[in-house]
Write a protein that binds this ligand. Structure first.
Ligand SMILES: [Fe+2]
Ligand SMILES: [Fe+2]
Length: 402
């Protein structure tokens, strides 16, 4: 057999295995010899596959290589028996690569020697059971990655207490690099998307804040012209939020109500100062002009795409409607009047009563509450008046703080 071996391998290759020169059966040696001869012939004709024959004892111990093709030595930059090292190490990379989503993370989790041994054993048993291996190995050669796809067939030789794996490797570095690049691009795109979403969220919040600032200034301008103050608007929002909550509005709907309510009188911007700031009582004609502030305000706020502007428009148009149908401009009654306006009208009147105006003194808290109750079912939704009373402590808090 020694003669046979030297006829099979050149000086440069040597023989790195144990079976052909060891105490194994003649039939196994014969089979191995012809397989190696076959593989060498494949290499000579320049087949693109890189053949190898791995061996191990079924009861444990290291893997060794009976044969590794010259092309593999070239690719890995090692010769003879040295080739076993990188192959053994990368069997593990292969295993981990298959269960990892992100291939570059592979090396970081290899720490424990016992764990490595267990994994190698498990893989060998898997190959024995499955009758072969279909996997991809990742190597690092001089700092560059090398990916080899492995297809092998496993044979168990019980009599000789050895398992042989006849494998062929194909260089798939280009394909795997492309796959890795795609994973990287995907990760980058995802993080870019996340950043973009954060940025859009931030800009949207800024824009909303800027819109609210503009609207607040606009409503304050309207309130000042009417002799009202910024404080009226602030309190009104807070009273309405108390009632909105009591009426069962969701948190977001109540927030919209809170910001929309200040715009109820924005239409007063369109009323002449001579009427708006007139001292003394208004003539019927002048009062008719004042009444137009509902429609003017509604027109000013129309065609808004946000729910804030839509609710604000509704309130501007219908905050002077009355429960008994005697209000203006539409003469709506009871539940025809939108809920937001039924809430606003109570709070608007209550705050007007408790505030000092050029033409009147401020009413006391209890007196104003009595007046609201008196207008229950006449001006105001009786159920909301009841909720107003039920939450009077919250209302009082706003009254005292603002
Ligand atoms: Fe009004
Ligand atoms: Fe008002």
């Amino acid at each position: 057999m020694t003669e046979n071996i030297s006829s099979l391998f050149g000086e440069r290759d040597g023989y790195t295995g144990k079976i052909l020169s060891g105490r194994y059966s003649a039939s196994l040696k014969k089979k191995l010899f012809s397989s190696i001869a076959h593989f060498k012939a494949l290499e000579r004709i320049g087949a693109p596959v890189i053949p190898y024959i791995a061996a191990w004892r079924p009861d444990g111990g290291h893997i060794w290589y009976e044969y590794t093709g010259a092309r593999l030595h070239e690719l890995l930059g090692v010769h003879g028996p040295e080739v076993a090292g990188p192959l053994r190490d990368n069997i593990l990379s292969r295993c981990l690569y298959r269960i990892q989503k992100n291939p570059p993370a592979v090396d970081k989790i290899i720490r424990d020697k016992a764990q490595i041994d267990r994994l190698r054993d498990a893989m060998r048993r898997m190959a024995e059971r499955g009758g072969g291996v279909d996997a991809v190995y990742k190597f690092h050669v001089n700092g560059s990655p090398l990916w080899l796809k492995d297809l092998s067939k496993v044979e168990i030789h019980d009599r000789d207490l050895v398992v042989l794996s006849y494998g062929t490797l194909i260089d798939v570095t280009k394909e795997m690099q492309l796959e890795e690049a795609l994973v990287e691009v995907k990760c980058e795109l995802e993080s870019h998307k996340e950043n973009l979403e954060l940025l859009v969220g931030e800009r949207t919040r800024e824009l909303k804040k800027a819109q609210l600032d503009v609207l607040t200034r606009l409503t304050q301008a309207a309130a000042f012209r009417d002799g009202g103050t910024g404080a009226h608007i602030k309190r009104l929002s807070q009273y309405c939020a108390v009632l909105g909550n009591a009426c069962g509005l969701s948190k977001s709907a109540n927030t919209v109500l809170f910001h929309a309510v200040p715009m109820h009188d924005v239409g007063k911007l369109g009323i002449a100062d001579s009427i708006l700031q007139k001292e003394g009582s208004l003539s019927q004609d002048e009062f008719e002009v004042i009444k137009t502030h509902c429609k003017v305000g509604s027109d000013l706020l129309s065609e808004g795409s946000s729910s804030l502007l839509q609710v604000a428009q509704t309130i501007a148009l219908t905050h002077h409607e009355r429960w008994d149908g005697s209000g203006y401009p539409l003469g709506l009654a009871e539940r025809q009047i939108p809920l937001a306006s039924r809430i606003t009208s109570i709070c608007d009147v209550f705050d007007a009563l408790t505030s000092e105006r050029p033409y009147k003194k401020a009413w006391g808290f209890d007196e104003s509450v009595d007046e609201v109750c008196r207008m229950r079912k006449i001006y105001f939704d009786p159920k909301i008046v009841d909720l107003f009373l039920k939450n009077i402590q919250h209302i009082k808090k706003v009254y005292h703080v603002s």
